[in-house]
Design a protein around this ligand. Structure first.
Ligand code: GLY
Length: 377
């Protein structure tokens, strides 16, 4: 088993955080091209001014989906126009099917027809599908132009908008064509979660719990103390997740080492999603996957039983599932089709205690046995 050592940098205190104060956090991502993530309620209404601070842009293409367009496009457009920026729009249907090569080609053509140049930018306004598609178009159009992420789902705020992974899906699998391309700015407006359907919020919560399990035990404590509706607490939890992702990504921008920690629970989860023909959502599958890997870690003597108890308690609190009806064999077969496999070994993320996940390389033949332990009662 190979253990990767990770460095965790604890960020500065929030600017003016607390009851009665406006929550605002500025998080710097130190990748090849550094950029900032601003977390602040209603910041999506200031996109024009914030964009001009990092790039002298004349025209933007806002990529969004039909649902988000109806809710937030007007606000974003008005802010851009008020800053003297011309606005073009590209709208896709909501859902994973839109992250397609067909939409990528359409978007490239729309960018060309709108005469977007290398000194202009794309703005991704929406969830992970919009962000991944818009980001990939930005990485390839004219061999690379700037883009801004304005995530509007909990999952996109805490995961996909940070770290520059961009992609489209191919018929044979998710995210199989993509590039690393960092945004020039991320504007995270937790106000937009007010319109997010409950099941999407629950899905995002699985990824939030993941950060507590892999690196940040204090997120687990905050989630136990969290009362739904407490906006200040939620804003702080979101920022803690972003900071953790920032730390991981800054140490491994191109996903050759510690970034794999972010895949905790994802090896069985991908098999569960695939096996259910995506009926089981990503967040639910990650929740079940984290239970499988934590229980296997307990049975293998790597971690104490109470870590599993804490995880199960949180999943229950947020209405996330903890079990599935798939056999270890089915899960192993599904997982081995995953692109993360290298020859006859596969990286799995095991739990050594809350906030202490580690990357372990195991033989492909051991994977089914690990899942068997994870599914034992
Ligand atoms: N979502 C996993 C990563 O960004 O590496």
């Amino acid at each position: 088993m190979v253990k990767y050592v990770i460095s965790v940098f604890y960020p500065q205190a929030a600017d003016g955080f607390g009851k009665g104060f406006l929550f605002m956090r500025r998080i710097e991502v130190k990748t090849g091209k550094p950029y900032e993530i601003l977390v602040e309620r209603s910041i999506s209404g200031r996109v024009g001014a914030e964009l001009l601070k990092v790039a002298s842009v004349k025209r933007v293409m806002v990529v969004t989906d039909k649902t988000v367009e109806g809710l937030y496009f007007e606000r974003v457009k008005n802010s851009l126009i008020a800053s003297g920026i011309e606005v073009c729009e590209f709208v896709i249907a909501p859902g994973e099917r839109s992250k397609s090569t067909e939409n990528l080609v359409r978007l490239w053509e729309a960018l060309a027809e709108s005469e977007i140049t290398r000194s202009d930018a794309i703005i991704a306004l929406g969830g992970g599908v919009v962000g991944d598609l818009a980001g990939f178009a930005a990485s390839t159009f004219l061999r690379g132009i700037k883009y801004v992420q304005i995530p509007t789902t909990l999952l996109a705020m805490t995961d996909s908008s940070v770290g520059g992974k961009t992609a489209v899906d191919l018929k044979v699998g998710k995210n199989l064509a993509g590039a690393f391309h960092q945004p020039c700015l991320v504007l995270c407006d937790p106000e937009t979660l007010g319109t997010l359907p409950r099941e999407h919020m629950r899905d995002g919560m699985a990824e939030v719990i993941k950060y507590g399990m892999i690196n940040r035990p204090e997120i687990i404590d905050k989630l136990y103390a969290y009362t739904p509706g407490d906006k200040d607490a939620l804003d702080e939890i979101i920022s803690m997740c972003i900071e953790d992702k920032r730390d991981v990504v800054s140490g491994d921008e191109f996903d050759t080492g510690i970034r794999a920690l972010l895949n905790f629970g994802h090896t069985p989860a991908h098999a569960i999603e695939l096996g259910s023909n995506y009926e089981i959502t990503h967040g639910s599958a990650v929740a079940i996957g984290m239970v499988i890997m934590t229980r296997a870690s307990v049975k293998m003597g790597l971690c104490k039983e109470n870590a599993l108890g804490k995880l199960l308690g949180l999943l229950d609190k947020f209405g996330l599932p903890s079990s599935c009806s798939y056999s270890a064999k089915t899960l192993a077969q599904g997982a081995l089709g995953d692109k993360k496999r290298t020859g006859d070994t596969i990286s799995v993320i095991m739990e050594y205690g809350i906030g202490d996940a580690r990357i372990c390389k195991v033989k492909v033949s051991e994977l089914e046995k690990i899942f068997e332990k994870g599914l034992e009662k």
